[in-house]
Design a protein around this ligand. Structure first.
Ligand SMILES: Cc1cc2nc3c(=O)[nH]c(=O)nc-3n(C[C@H](O)[C@H](O)[C@H](O)COP(=O)(O)OP(=O)(O)OC[C@H]3O[C@@H](n4cnc5c(N)ncnc54)[C@H](O)[C@@H]3O)c2cc1C
Length: 448
């Protein structure tokens, strides 16, 4: 750092923690370099609505250059961080190395496959807007394929398995059950949607394991009523793109498996082994300083902070990421002023999940409720978390439209043409009839 320049803070990751930290940091004192491998901040809690064609990807993705537009103290580089050198104070990336005076690691998490690489290459994940669009494309393609698939294969295409009954799994299952009933039959009148099977597989005994007993029970009831097949106390052993093997000995043939069964930290090379914490997280102090390293901090999902209230680390949720980041930004100014830094502690304001139209469960510290009112509370609080007023409005209009018409116009399959050809079963058409390559007749396509 030269005497004329402001100290440079390099932030790895523009998720909830990274963005909040930069917003709150006093930029008259510090310059910021934000490095992210994607060019937009992603609102993960609503990924499942993109995957189920309920909202547009653009309404939950915020270009980082737009967030910090006009702020000359914030620079952005679009690249993946490969390695950190804490001795030379450098961050090595795909486009070169960057010096830092202070480093804030806010790299978040990725899906955890518990070492099963075979399974990992065949399942879908929901950790980015791109993942959500991929699921949307794939699901819509499976219905296109169902139309022309031979009768014995139709069930395979129409079987969807979601693994993990935490909030993401439950919300996905509920949303798919909803569009199975309300939306898809109108698009595909010749498909028998009573055969569209939605499984939710969970290793523990309950759905929404981290919520109250009443919310667990209510979510189970809601899902069962909506026709979701719950398989609890069961682990997934393997999946080869065709057949899912379960620990209870059962096998399910399914074209689609979505993995929502846990996360692990996006660790970056170069940190000493001593700071490794459970879940691939980085061990930090109560002020988010990385243990034993000078000028290096970690915040959000990647940070592992033990406190008397949370001796096994905080839950990996948006509120923790946002509040840790705010505290850290304040501490940066306090430190320069010679004031004591503030230690972080999480005040749990509750958790919630929605299971479908008019159905949600809410656990506040002082109150628990479910049903229509909970659903409105869920929608309101999620809308408030959305970054821009424009996007809030777009999402609100989408939700209102869906509620009133039970329809959206977002069911686009967007993929390169070559890929599209691969996915559609090859067949020949003669008059009103279609034939598979193997000669079997396909249903009367003129009516579809
Ligand atoms: C499907 C889903 C639903 C969720 N629902 C909820 C919910 O309802 N309520 C709730 O409170 N929480 C929810 N969460 C959890 C919440 O989204 C996370 O706790 C939160 O995003 C953590 O913020 P973060 O800033 O630590 O990480 P993230 O938001 O994950 O941001 C990490 C950023 O780092 C970038 N990055 C990672 N590695 C590198 C690298 N090597 N180089 C460059 N950039 C990198 C990523 O591109 C990303 O932009 C949900 C999560 C998911 C996946």
């Amino acid at each position: 750092m030269s005497l004329t320049q402001k100290p440079r803070v390099v932030v790895i990751g523009g998720g909830f923690a990274g963005i909040q930290f930069i917003r709150k940091l006093d930029k008259s004192i510090f310059d910021v370099l934000l490095i992210d491998k994607v060019n937009h901040h992603q609102f993960q809690p609503l990924f499942y609505q993109v995957a189920t064609s309920q909202i547009e990807p653009a309404s939950i993705s915020f270009p980082m250059r737009n967030i910090f537009r006009g702020n000359l103290s914030v620079q952005i580089r679009l690249t993946e961080v490969e390695r950190i050198d804490t001795t030379a104070r450098k961050v090595h990336t795909g486009i070169g190395a960057f010096d830092y005076d202070y480093l804030v690691i806010a790299a978040g998490c990725r899906s955890n496959f518990f070492g099963n690489n075979h399974l990992a290459s065949h399942v879908f994940t929901l950790k980015s807007t791109y993942d959500a669009i991929t699921i949307r494309n794939h699901i819509l393609m499976t219905f296109e394929r169902t139309i022309t698939a031979p009768p014995e294969e139709k069930d395979f295409y129409q079987t969807l398995v979601i693994v993990g009954a935490g909030p993401t799994g439950v919300e996905l299952a509920g949303a798919f059950a909803e569009i199975r009933k309300q939306v898809l039959p109108k698009d595909y009148p010749r498909i028998d949607f009573s055969r569209f099977a939605i499984y939710l597989v969970e290793g523990s005994a309950h759905t929404l394991n981290n919520m109250s007993d009443s919310s667990r029970k209510a979510s189970r009831r809601y899902l069962e009523k909506m026709g979701v097949r719950l398989v609890t106390n069961t682990f997934v052993k393997d999946y080869d793109g065709d057949t899912l093997q379960l620990s209870n000995g059962e096998c399910i043939r399914a074209k689609t498996v979505i993995w929502a069964a846990g996360v692990t930290g996006n660790r970056i090379e170069g940190l000493p082994a001593e700071v490794q914490a459970p879940g691939n997280r980085i061990r930090v102090s109560r002020t988010n300083a990385v243990a034993g390293l000078e000028r290096v901090f970690a915040v959000g999902d990647i940070a592992y902070m033990e406190t008397p209230k949370y001796p096994k680390g905080h839950p990996q949720v948006a509120n923790v990421a946002i509040n840790q980041a705010r505290n850290l930004a304040n501490n940066f100014s306090r430190r320069l002023k010679g004031w004591p830094e503030r230690q972080y502690e999480y005040t749990d304001l509750g958790s919630m999940a929605t299971i479908g139209r008019n159905k949600a469960v809410v656990d506040f510290p002082f109150l628990r409720f479910k049903g229509l009112f909970a659903w409105f509370v869920w929608m309101f609080l999620h809308l408030m978390l959305i970054l821009s007023v424009r996007n809030r409005l777009v999402i609100f209009i989408n939700w209102a439209w869906l509620y009133l018409t039970k329809n959206t116009s977002l069911r686009l399959i967007l993929m390169p043409e070559g890929k599209l050809k691969e996915q559609v079963p090859r067949h020949q058409t003669t008059g009103n009839k279609e034939y598979h390559r193997n000669g079997a007749e396909v249903v009367d396509v003129a009516c579809l």
